[in-house]
Write a protein that binds this ligand. Structure first.
Ligand code: AMP
Ligand code: MG
Length: 349
């Protein structure tokens, strides 16, 4: 079993000396979990094949799913890309970096094939988190980091999640507070003529379009496609142990249909969970109820999704029913993750 060192830091009051060992570990091609504003990341030196292979091993991640590379400066970004930054990428970087926006760009020969799964592009972002930024800066190399969960499980948004998934699988775990956004970054492919949204996330489509005009939305966001452009899109992600079905319709129809399913499942001796919101919480009976928060606060709904899926696992439920939420702005990312957790099983009522 691997020895895992743990380190708890307060993002607002930490001394950079406390990150020295973690930075040293990155330079030694070891694995370090660190907090970001999206979800916790499982990081290693992005310039080393040996280091990157340890990420895939720790997560049990398929090799054809490329990693996002995290940088702490524009110089670091420029060392990873083939061509000078195009105007649209520059504008987006000015507007949203550091932040939850990953840009997919043609990569230079410094990027090992394992990072980009043999594609000619690489996904890069600058995280908006003081611990993540300082760690990259001290390490002096870009850090490849997917979400720090076991492959296929919900992404970790709390210290407790990484500790339970990843103890003895990595060399060091840095924990801090709950991830502010709680969903992964937006992935935008800048290598196509019209930039293409490959994954909705913390930065919304309207935020992007307000800076660079219309973008394309990849099909894989709404449904399962056989050969998605972002290889990660083909895997069932974020899945809780129990099967999950989404109910979409008017408030009344949704509540009625879900309660009917709960009653039937109870008769069959199944333990149910309902994923709902504060406004509808009281409407459900005889089931575990998990509220993501108020529908008036979409950011809060989004930040609690992964936690709610883990809660279903913790309670050993047999079957999960979820309400569909509004898909505008951050709701697009929230519903994308919920749909993937449901294997796109949606019932319109
Ligand atoms: P994760 O870091 O686990 O949240 O996953 C990273 C996501 O970014 C996956 O969906 C990847 O398929 C996607 N991604 C990373 N690099 C690229 C790339 N070069 N081209 C397309 N998609 C990418
Ligand atoms: Mg992930």
């Amino acid at each position: 079993m691997k020895e895992t060192i743990t380190l708890h830091l307060d993002p607002n009051h930490f001394d950079s000396n406390e990150l020295k060992q973690a930075a040293q570990f990155i330079r030694e091609n070891k694995t370090v979990i660190f907090p970001t504003e999206t979800v916790y990341g499982l990081g290693a030196n992005a310039l080393s094949d040996e280091a990157v292979s340890k990420i895939f091993e720790a997560k049990g991640r398929p090799q054809d799913n490329p990693l996002i590379v995290h940088v702490s400066s524009i110089e670091m970004l420029e060392s990873l890309i083939l061509n000078p930054l195009d105007d649209k990428s520059k504008k987006l970087i000015n507007a949203y970096w550091p932040g939850a926006l990953t840009l997919v760009l043609k990569h230079s020969d410094k990027v090992p094939n394992s990072v980009c799964a043999n594609l000619d592009t690489v996904g890069i972002r600058m995280p908006d988190h003081p611990i993540a930024l300082k760690l990259i800066e001290l390490a002096g190399v870009p850090i490849a980091a997917p979400s720090a969960n076991l492959s296929g499980k919900p992404s970790p948004t709390e210290a407790e999640h990484v500790l339970s998934d990843m103890m003895h699988r990595v060399d060091l775990i840095i924990t801090a507070s709950k991830s502010r956004i709680g969903l992964e970054s937006t992935v935008l492919d800048m290598s196509t003529e019209i930039p293409t949204l490959l994954r909705p996330g913390g930065v919304t489509v309207s935020q992007i379009e307000s800076i660079i005009g219309p973008i394309k939305i990849d099909d894989a966001i709404h449904k399962t496609v056989e050969k998605p452009k972002s290889p990660g899109m083909k895997y069932t992600h974020y899945a809780p142990n129990a099967p999950l079905t989404i109910y979409k319709g008017t408030r009344e129809n949704m509540i009625h249909a879900i309660q009917k399913e709960v009653n039937q499942s109870n008769l069959n001796g199944l333990r149910c969970a309902v994923i709902t919101c504060d406004e509808n919480y009281d409407q459900y009976l005889d089931t575990l109820r998990i509220s993501l928060g108020s529908i008036k606060k979409p950011d809060e709904l989004a930040s609690n999704l992964f936690e709610s899926l883990r809660e279903c696992d913790k309670n050993n439920v047999d079957i999960i029913f979820a309400e569909a939420f509004d898909e505008s702005d951050i709701g697009l990312a929230l519903m994308n993750r919920l749909k993937k957790a449901a294997g796109f099983k949606i019932i319109t009522v």
